[in-house]
Write a protein of this length. Structure first.
Lengths: 259, 250
């Protein structure tokens, strides 16, 4: 079969795009929605007489990134420890890890977040920010642990045997032989988990953490610019997740050259 | 017979039994002793328990009953003992098992630094010397997957030697190699044997067995069918089963 020319592809894409735009435009006209895009930029940032001031959306993005960053580190740690526990010889460690995993995977994230914020936080005296980080990392950590486990198990048995035959301890074998190789293999699914983390972080707005989503809701409540702002917020999230994927892609290519 | 001064017994395996979880019985009351500087070659059909025996010697497989002593240290549940034995017993695998994320030099350095607690500089000196010995010092900075099979296996031998082991185990070290690369690996093994390294070798290379072994064992079904000096084994095997096996493989 002859491959269709790329020109036709582009043409079809433009048609679909035009159709979608028309659909939205027509809908909003019928609603009588008054687009006021010119009012949006001030909520992102203002640039006045050479001075750059970030608006509420950028401030919110900062909080989102802080929460995501902290959660990523913590989720990575929890995931790794849980995976190692599940693969250990100790029945106790395996049972604990399994219990944690099932508990997290079989309850909604929103409920976990509320549970930590409304039940654990007062008991343990946690602030809002840390409650959010804890909930997200416990949730993503459970999924990350399955990725880690798959990565570790995928390393050929011969690597363990070679390391053991050289007298390496289990800790050294994990640290120097198994994990460095496993990490390279799981980078793509781990990035996927990172992207999920960014997206799921929007839920923390429900416990009044002033992240990107919360800031957006706040502005909408004042200005009724619902359409413009949700478009903008979605675009900012997209920007963050796409950047993350691109960076992970670059890392992956670098590792490929190294081995 | 080639005259060689053999020392006292360094490996004593006494009535070891090993059955795998799937019910396959790999070793049945298997006993053997190896002297210092001796080259023991084990031959036999696949599934006869040769490799399992080698893997038991450094604790990669646990034995069900019997006892193994290496250089006076009993191999048992004691973790320290097992680690101690692994330091003194080097192993070369059929599939090389080099660490693909490390360069050749790092592969050879690793255990010296982590287990023998040498500095990187000391380790590198030893490693380069060993890489010269196996004939590939120029590949030190290369990653293993850029090497041929024969080169990889020679690196694996250097890696095991870097621990200064008292015993070297070779588990079908040339079986996964292209025919033209078998020679270069066997040459390294022959050099080691000549230098007085204690070696236990599982192999199908009968030429090698005949040339360097001090003692040969023919195994089947986890038992020793026949053992003896190589020339006796090749020229006048006593057992019919040995005769048949040798006639098929030679």
């Amino acid at each position: 079969m002859r491959k269709p020319s790329p020109l036709i592809d582009v043409l079809i894409f433009l048609c679909v795009l035009a159709g979608a735009t028309w659909f939205v435009a027509d809908g909003t006209t019928r609603l009588g929605y008054n687009w006021q895009w010119y009012r949006v930029p001030q909520y992102i940032f203002t640039y006045h007489e050479g001075r750059f001031t970030s608006g509420p959306l950028l401030e919110g993005l900062k909080v989102t990134l802080q929460i995501t960053g902290a959660s990523f580190v913590l989720a990575f740690t929890i995931g790794l420890i849980t995976a190692l526990c599940r693969l250990s010889d100790s029945v106790m460690a395996r049972t604990l890890a399994r219990g944690y995993l099932e508990l997290i995977r079989n309850t909604p994230l929103l409920v976990q977040l509320f549970f930590i914020y409304f039940v654990l936080a007062p008991i343990l005296d946690l602030n809002r920010f840390f409650s959010a980080v804890l909930a997200l990392s416990l949730f993503e950590g459970a999924y990350a642990s399955e990725i880690f486990r798959a990565g570790i198990v995928s390393i050929h048995k011969g690597q363990w045997e070679a390391a053991h035959s050289l007298g390496l301890s289990t800790v050294d074998t994990y640290r120097r032989i198994i994990l460095p190789q496993a990490f390279r293999r799981i980078l793509p699914p781990l990035t996927g988990q990172g992207v999920s983390l960014v997206k799921d972080s929007a839920l923390v707005s429900t416990i009044a953490v002033y992240d990107l989503t919360m800031r957006g809701q706040e502005i909408i409540a004042e200005t009724y610019l619902a359409f413009e702002l949700w478009f903008t917020i979605a675009a900012i999230y997209l920007l963050v997740t796409v950047t993350l994927s691109v960076v992970a892609n670059m890392m992956e290519n670098r590792f490929k050259v190294a081995t | 017979m080639r005259e060689k001064d053999l020392g006292d017994y360094i490996i004593i395996a006494d009535k070891i039994n090993k059955t795998f979880p799937n019910g396959v019985c790999a070793l049945r009351d298997f006993s053997i002793k190896v002297r210092r500087s001796e080259v023991l070659v084990i031959i036999g059909p696949s599934g006869s328990g040769k490799s399992t025996f080698l893997r038991c010697l450094n604790g990669l497989e646990e034995i069900d009953s019997g006892s193994i002593t290496v250089d006076g240290i009993p191999l048992n549940e004691n973790r320290e003992n097992r680690l101690e034995i692994r330091k003194e017993v080097g192993m070369v695998f059929q599939l090389f098992n080099l660490f693909p994320h490390l360069t050749v030099l790092e592969n050879v350095n690793l255990a010296q630094i982590l287990v023998r607690k040498k500095t990187r500089k000391e380790a590198t000196e030893t490693s380069m010397e060993l890489l010269r010995k196996v004939g590939i010092p120029e590949k030190a900075r290369t990653f293993p997957n850029h090497l041929s099979g024969g080169q990889q296996q020679r690196v694996a031998i250097a890696r095991a030697l870097a621990m200064m082991p008292k015993v070297m185990l070779f588990d079908e070290a040339t079986s996964a190699l292209d025919p033209e690369m078998i020679g270069e690996v066997l040459d390294v093994m022959k050099t080691l044997a000549r230098e007085g390294m204690t070696m236990v070798v599982v192999t199908h290379e009968m030429g090698f067995a005949r040339e360097v072994s001090d003692w040969m064992v023919f195994m089947e079904d986890g038992r020793i069918v026949e053992e003896g000096k190589p020339e006796e084994m090749f020229l006048s095997p006593k057992e019919g089963r040995t005769k048949l096996f040798l006639s098929q493989i030679l």
